[in-house]
Design a protein around this ligand. Structure first.
Ligand code: FES
Length: 130
């Protein structure tokens, strides 16, 4: 069986993820699973109010994903896209943004990018419900 072709960017995020890990005293956690494959992603957020604007920002974000190459790469990319953003801006990050940032995924793996969008939103829901 031939291995799937991944972009250089996807491989970079898979082999050397910058945002893998946990935040011990996280302000919010979001976890989602992909029912079709059983892969699970968890997102940890540290939120801080910006002194200048008064808006809450994602100061730090980390992920823990039990999943495939595409799921790990998408997890790392969604963290890169979300860190430093306000909650409002982070809510606008979609799987399309993730796919673009990772420079595409094999078509059979497109659904894996959904984990990132959903886990981030779940963590933001968790924060806003507190
Ligand atoms: S195969 Fe499960 S998220 Fe990729």
């Amino acid at each position: 069986m031939k291995p799937l072709e991944y972009s250089k960017e996807a491989k970079k995020h898979f082999f050397s993820p910058k945002y893998a890990g946990e935040i011990a005293n996280a302000d919010a956690i979001g976890q989602v699973g992909n029912p079709s494959c059983g892969d699970v992603m968890r997102v940890f957020l540290k939120i801080k109010k910006d002194k200048k604007t008064g808006k809450e920002k994602i100061e730090k974000i980390r992920f823990k994903t039990m999943g495939c190459v595409a799921a790990i790469a998408s997890s790392d990319v969604v963290c890169e896209l979300a860190e430093g953003k306000t909650i409002e801006q982070a809510r606008k990050i979609t799987r399309k943004d993730i796919l673009k940032a990772v420079k595409g995924l094999p078509p059979i793996k497109h659904h894996c990018s959904l984990l990132g969008e959903e886990a981030l939103n779940k963590a933001l829901d968790n924060y806003e419900k507190k």
